[in-house]
Design a protein around this ligand. Structure first.
Ligand SMILES: [Fe+2]
Length: 371
């Protein structure tokens, strides 16, 4: 017997050029007349924003969302959204997350602190059209935003989630990710791979998320090396966009696991790229979870052509292939932060979805394994 909820954006439009040839504008017109475009500076610098703007003459702009965005970044975007009736989010995971926050009617700190629930879709929140420019977080497929709270003595990274944050429409246009540099392609691609794996083995996995997560993992393994080597390979870029979207569809309700439980507090302290941290943490977390006898890891290993008992070693090889650091000590993390990281990991929703119950000593062991 199953008990689950499964929800995804209502419409996906996939095709090279869809962001600039009028398809994005046509979809945006179905959501509102005065959209706010939320994007990063790189979209403006690449000249792509100008092309998109030409199809959306009534749009306003909120340009410049930093990586690992804070709650203050969300408040700024909410300010830009005043007098707009819809949101068009174009960018990587950080941009998409901030754009989701911009769509919300209430005080962002109240949502973060749990004093206010994110409303359901169709409320006075603004409808969202999402256009990913990296194949990674799958944020375009989820009702989750991950933000850093800098009010306390140590920055705290956590998520806000709810129906109104789920994009209504998604555009997947491979031409937008063609200029993504190789290291960003690798980090974000590994984030997508880890999300697919964690969603597949999660306690929240269900019959709808399983095929999406598994297919995403296989496709990322097949196409990420090509996208990394040759960014202009539009077929590889498109397959990666579709796969990371599928992983996002899966994780939205299946949730994630211990890799993400640890990656957030480490990321908040080091500022290291999220995908880099996920890639680095995956092998020791697989080794820990295999202790719970997981046939599901075998399903993944068989599909990848990896040894059934050593998927971790297979994933470790990718760190070298994509020039991803192997050690947390290389990223500016301090050992004195371990206790606080462990405490935050243990209460994270991702950790609670991990297939094997996680104790304090387990988190310490994983941290030590990649120290
Ligand atoms: Fe992630």
């Amino acid at each position: 017997m199953h008990t689950f909820t499964f929800v995804t954006p209502g419409k996906v439009v996939c095709g090279a050029g869809a962001a600039t040839d009028g398809r994005l504008a046509a979809e945006a017109a179905l959501l509102g007349k005065r959209p706010l475009i939320v994007c990063g500076k790189s979209l403006a610098m690449s000249g792509m924003l100008e092309k998109i703007q030409a199809t959306l003459p009534d749009a306003r702009f909120h340009i410049g969302v930093p990586p690992e965005p804070t709650l203050a970044d969300c408040t700024a975007a909410q300010g830009s959204a005043k007098r707009c009736d819809s949101i068009i989010a174009i960018g990587g995971g950080s941009v998409l997350d901030v754009a989701k926050a911009a769509a919300l009617p209430g005080n962002i700190y109240d949502y973060f602190d749990g004093k206010l629930a994110v409303p359901e879709s169709g409320s006075d929140a603004l409808p969202i059209l999402a256009v990913p420019t990296t194949a990674g977080t799958g944020s375009e497929a989820t009702w989750v935003g991950v933000f850093t709270d800098k009010r306390g003595t140590a920055p705290k990274k956590a998520s806000i989630r709810g129906g109104a944050m789920l994009p209504r429409t998604v555009i997947l246009d491979a031409t937008l990710s063609a200029s993504c540099p190789p290291h960003v392609t690798a980090y974000s691609g590994m984030d997508a791979f880890v999300q697919a794996v964690e969603a597949f083995v999660s306690r929240g996995a269900n019959p709808f998320t399983d095929p999406l997560a598994l297919q995403a993992a296989f496709d990322i393994a097949e196409w990420l090396p090509s996208a990394f080597r040759d960014g202009e390979n539009l077929e590889a870029r498109e397959r990666m966009l579709i796969a990371s979207y599928q992983a996002g569809m899966a994780l939205n309700t299946a949730r994630l696991g211990l890799v993400h439980g640890i990656a957030h507090p480490v990321g908040a302290r080091t500022g290291a790229a999220h995908g880099l941290l996920c890639a680095l943490l995956l092998p020791p977390v697989i080794r820990f979870n295999l202790g719970a006898d997981l046939d599901r890891y075998s399903d993944i290993a068989i599909g990848l052509g990896a040894p059934r008992e050593d998927l971790a070693a297979f994933a470790e090889k990718w760190l070298d292939d994509f020039s991803i650091p192997r050690h947390l000590s290389e990223l500016g993390l301090k050992r004195t932060d371990f206790d606080a990281i462990i405490a935050e990991t243990l209460v994270s929703g991702s950790t609670k979805a991990n297939p094997r119950t996680v104790h304090e000593s387990d988190v310490r062991e994983v941290l030590e394994a990649c120290w």
